[in-house]
Design a binder for this molecule. Structure first.
Ligand SMILES: NC(=O)c1ccc[n+]([C@@H]2O[C@H](COP(=O)([O-])OP(=O)(O)OC[C@H]3O[C@@H](n4cnc5c(N)ncnc54)[C@H](OP(=O)(O)O)[C@@H]3O)[C@@H](O)[C@H]2O)c1
Length: 275
């Protein structure tokens, strides 16, 4: 049976990709720095930042889904001043380059790379790093696909949680359509096996909502009493920060339903935050 290697298979999106592959009857191998215990997939120990284990991870692989990343903001769930000046490239650029060059020497039939909507105008360092990684894929000799996704709900949730201590939340009035990782994973897995290559349709969420409206829904789902102060952001600055609307494929999960599930009574996670 053809084998699919998923990098980042332990991450938010990667776990949903792996679930769908397994449900679809695919043979799956996950490249991970710390292999997990899930018994229905193969684990390959490796590190994109150093190249350790990559050759073994790629053995007999037919399809690669590259969903690994090192985003300090996503990892810690908030911005620090340093994020406006630099972002590490060892995974997203050098790691992608290593994976591509090893894959090119093997009979890999499809290399699908996960990217982000609106990168061409990105001003934040992480976006520029992602764009550099994406360009390497587009220049590759392999049959490749690039699938760009809108920001994920889990990240928006974490960023808004960072505002929770403030009595007034200054939030830009800018439209965008973040998406759930389950919807992104559905689209990515479909793209991996539909026999088509190249720049693929983007995946975004079903609703175009202003960020201050999204923040209001978040506040209400958590039962917080905070004032939201809508602030205006120029179009150029908004696009530079990734606040765009994607008109590609639309996911199905809406933000308010995602929040309801996340913060429904009885969810321990909901009480982990200060109200
Ligand atoms: N987050 C968003 O809002 C968003 C939006 C659009 C597109 N994307 C893209 O979607 C993809 C997945 O994002 P995500 O938010 O799901 O990421 P995530 O939850 O932060 O997971 C990142 C994954 O990359 C792995 N990884 C990190 N460093 C590695 C290394 N040195 N070697 C091998 N694996 C390593 C992590 O493994 P460990 O378990 O070892 O940490 C983890 O599995 C990325 O390409 C990202 O750019 C994200």
């Amino acid at each position: 049976m053809a084998l699919t290697l998923v990098t980042g298979g332990t991450g938010h999106l990667g776990r949903d990709i792996v679930d769908r592959l397994v449900r679809g009857g695919h043979r799956v191998r996950v490249l991970a720095r710390s292999p997990g215990a899930r018994p229905d997939i193969e684990w390959a120990s490796g590190d994109l930042a150093t190249g350790a284990g990559l050759r073994d991870a790629l053995r007999d692989v037919d399809t690669v889904i590259n969903a690994a990343t090192h985003s300090p903001v996503a990892r810690r769930g908030g911005f620090r001043p340093v994020d406006f000046f630099r972002s590490p490239s060892a995974v997203d650029v050098e790691g992608t380059e290593r994976l591509l060059s090893l894959s090119e020497a093997l009979p890999v039939r499809h290399f699908l790379h996960v990217s982000i909507v609106g990168l061409d105008e990105a001003t934040l360092p992480y976006g520029r790093v992602k764009l550099a990684g994406e360009r390497l894929v587009r220049e590759s000799r392999l049959p490749w696909s690039v699938v760009r996704a809108m920001p994920f709900y889990y990240l928006l949730d974490a960023l808004l949680a960072g505002l929770a201590w403030l009595p007034v939340w200054p939030v830009p009035m800018t439209l965008f359509n973040p998406v759930d990782t389950t919807d992104a994973a559905d689209h990515i897995v479909a793209c991996a096996f539909d026999g088509t290559h190249g720049v693929r349709a983007e995946i975004g969420g079903p609703e175009d909502l202003s960020l201050d409206v999204l923040a209001g829904q978040y506040r209400d789902a958590r039962g917080l009493h905070r004032k939201i102060l809508p602030v205006s952001l120029s179009d150029a600055r908004a696009r530079g920060m990734g606040f765009v609307v994607s008109h590609g494929v639309r996911g199905r999960v809406i933000w308010s339903d995602w929040l309801r599930r996340r913060y429904s009574p009885g969810r321990a996670a909901a009480t982990a935050y200060e109200t």
